[in-house]
Design a protein. Sequence first.
Length: 257
Amino acid sequence: MNDNILVRIYNRLDGFLKFPNLRKGGIGIQVGFDLGSNNLTPDVIKMYTRTGHNRLIIAIDPDLLNHEKLNQWIRAKNLSIRTVQKGTNSHQTTEKLIQGTRSSYNKLEIIPGDPSPSYTNTYLEVTLGTLDNIVNELTIDYSRIKHINISNNGAEYNTLLGMEELFKKCPDLNLTVISGRPFQLGQINHQGDYEVIIDHLSRKGFSFKYMNIRDSIWWGIFNKLLIKRTWIVNKPTFGVIMGSRGDRKLKFYQSYS
């Protein structure tokens, strides 16, 4: 990670806006993480800085290279992060993972494609498990789980289907779920995935808001337009569902990057 003071300020503010209800002693779960950037801190580390004393973050991803990089950080800084090298799904199975030219492009072969990311010719056979089983095997206190951030390139809905036990045991919970991607990657049975996911979360008692990233002041205007000089109006971008239940009410300023 670049130690430039402006980058550190950006990363700290970004974590505050993304995970405002993840407080000291809480447990955060990151499903899908990317350590491909030399500048921006991955969400799993931003979660870690939010939780303070007695913290624990669970980082789940099927890519070995991501885990090797994250484990270097964990050893160097003695971080309380537990890693799980698996993908998540509605049931236990194995599938092929197509590796992208950067880890954030990785996707399962069974997931419909998106023409914008670039992929390699490397396929890995990976284990997929339910998030319920993964958390159960870690023997952690469900009552401390306060935020689950799901960003796994089209597998978000299937991940939610494998969370029935978590929904039962975690009454006070925030979710951020990437959805609304362009092309087939953002479709479930010819319907927008964000609509399907919102319906599912509504039946689980969640309040939510959906935001396309281009409409975010923080990401669309500040990050992309002012810092990176990238114009994204009228261009295909992804969105995020921010959900809350129990005492984890959404903050009016909550955003995403």
